[in-house]
Every structure is written in structure tokens, then in C-alpha cells.
Write a protein that binds this ligand. Structure first.
Ligand SMILES: O=C(O)CCC(=O)C(=O)O
Ligand SMILES: [Fe+2]
Length: 283
């Protein structure tokens, strides 16, 4: 049985394409959400956050047991471990149903879940985006090709470090693109002066408040950051990545024009990866 009706599908697709994000309410039920909350609390208590990741909080990668068995370079540590819950989240049946309803087609899911937990008094995250294929015309697709699927384990708002985004910045250059350092590199991780644009309260930014168990879908190209956590509770996010519409695939439900550079996209051609948008991204 579908989770989303036709009108909801239209709404969420439109938001995802025009704004770069959408929130599907109540995908994890209360039981599953509270089970993941208890499990993640134990994990975080055992592996307290490292100061190096002060803009993320705890940054723990939990691998499916299959992926862990195939590991080559991975070593067990306080931030890298296998757990059966990873597959339960990645293969969650309601999430799979939402992806089916949305018409995401063939998806390729990363085989680990990222746990990002901001303790009380944690700093905000910096403005960044998480896309790495900016040299390719694929970076101009109206639909996402790299998508994060996230669940907050508490209701989020400005005072406990909710997500904030620049709507539309996944497809249009925004002034922040040229004012911020390369995402996740040591330069930004080591910043101590938080008064500049990288940590600014930009007037174009909006808060995304989610309830515990909502599915927050974000296009990897979207500029985002978080607020700091000034509450007394930790704020935990469980995040998964999926690739969709790969190798030039066009969603069967897409009815608009294709951006010109995309019409000639050769899926065989390989572009050098870069985390920084170049000339292809226009205002
Ligand atoms: O901690 C958060 O809410 C945001 C984390 C983030 O940057 C992301 O989801 O890619
Ligand atoms: Fe991010």
C-alpha cells in the first residue's frame, strides 16, 4: 500500500526539485524511533564526541554487517563499527515505500549510517554542501542524483540545533558559494573565528524543523548548516545517502525541458571530482 498519495507525491517532488529539500512526516513510527534513540544514546555515551568534530558533534559511522565483512581499510574504532541496526534503517520498509511512491527508481544506497549528535552547548555547523561532481553537467539536473535521508530523534528547532538551508541553492549559485571554504576540509574544521560568512545568519536561510521520526530528504547540492544546540538535551540525527537517477537517467515523471548542458551528457565521460561548484552553476 502506498504511503504517499498522488497529491503528496507531487508536493514532495516539487519541493525537492525547486527548494532542494522536503520533509515526509512520520516515516519512522514511535516504537522504531524510540528504539533507535535508546540504541544511539548508549553508543554516544560509550563514545563521547571528539573536539575535532566540534561542528558536527558525534560523527559515528555504523556499517551494515555485510559491508563490514567486505572491509579492506576499515578498522574498528570509537567512530567506525558494524551494527545490525544499520541494515534495519537502510532497508526500512516504510522508507522503501516512500522512495517507491516518489518514483526514485533504481537506488543505490550507501551501506552505512552516519550518526551526528550535538551535545548540549554544541556549536553550529558551518555552511556547506555535500556534492562532489560539480564539474559534470549532471550537477545541473532538476532532480537530485545524490540524496540524504535523515531522521532526527527529537523534535528539532532553532534552540536545539535544527538544520537550516538556503532554498534553491542546489541549482542556482548563491553568494555564499563564493564566500565559504571547501566543505569538510581541515581548513573549515579548524576555524576558530565564527564571525564570518561561513557561520553567518544569512537572510536567505530558513530553518527546517522536523519532528522525531520524520524523513528529511535533502539534495546533496543544497547549501545547509545547523544552529547551535543551546538546549539541555542532545540532538541526534541518523543519516543515510542514496544515489538515484544515475548515469544520465531521466525520471519517467519529468515533464519539463532539460537544461542545455544536460541534453548532451555522455554518461561514459568521467569528470574530475570537486566539492566546489565551478562555472556550470549560475545565479
Ligand atoms: O547535523 C545536521 O543536522 C546536519 C548535518 C549535515 O550537514 C548533513 O546532513 O549533511
Ligand atoms: Fe552536510
Amino acid at each position: 500500500m502506498p504511503f504517499l498519495d498522488a497529491q503528496q507525491v507531487k508536493f514532495h517532488r516539487q519541493q525537492l526539485m525547486e527548494l532542494g529539500y522536503t520533509v515526509v512526516k512520520g516515516v519512522w513510527n514511535e516504537d522504531f524511533t524510540s528504539e533507535m534513540r535508546d540504541w544511539s544514546n548508549t553508543l554516544i555515551d560509550k563514545n563521547p564526541p571528539d573536539e575535532k568534530f566540534r561542528f558536527q558533534g558525534s560523527d559515528i559511522h555504523i556499517f551494515t554487517e555485510d559491508r563490514w565483512d567486505r572491509r579492506v581499510h576499515l578498522e574498528l574504532s570509537s567512530t567506525r563499527m558494524p551494527d545490525a541496526n544499520a541494515a534495519r534503517m537502510i532497508d526500512h520498509p516504510t522508507q522503501a515505500q516512500v522512495c517507491k511512491d516518489m518514483g526514485f527508481g533504481l537506488t543505490s544506497a550507501q551501506e552505512w549510517v552516519i550518526l551526528l549528535s550535538k551535545p548540549p552547548d554544541a556549536l553550529q555547523c558551518y555552511w556547506h554542501q555535500d556534492y562532489t561532481n560539480w564539474n559534470s553537467p549532471e550537477s545541473l539536473t532538476p532532480w537530485p542524483t545524490v540524496l540524504s535521508l535523515g531522521y532526527y530523534l527529537s523534535d528539532t528547532n532553532r534552540s536545539n540545533g535544527c538544520l537550516r538551508v538556503i532554498p534553491g541553492s542546489h541549482r542556482r549559485r548563491h553568494e555564499l558559494h563564493d564566500l565559504i571554504p571547501t566543505p569538510h576540509d581541515s581548513e573549515v574544521q579548524q576555524m576558530t573565528d565564527l564571525s564570518g560568512p561561513t557561520f553567518s545568519e544569512h537572510p536567505d536561510a530558513i530553518d527546517i524543523e522536523a519532528s522525531a521520526g520524520d524523513l528529511v530528504l535533502v539534495d546533496a547540492r543544497l547549501l545547509h548548516s545547523t544552529w547551535d544546540n543551546i538546549s539541555e538535551e542532545r540532538r541526534t540525527l541518523l543519516l543515510m545517502w542514496q544515489r538515484i537517477f544515475q548515469d544520465g537517467a531521466i525520471p519517467p515523471w519529468w515533464e519539463g525541458e532539460l537544461p542545455i548542458p544536460l541534453r548532451n551528457l555522455d554518461p561514459q565521460e568521467k569528470y574530475e571530482e570537486t566539492k566546489t561548484p565551478g562555472d556550470l552553476l549560475r545565479p
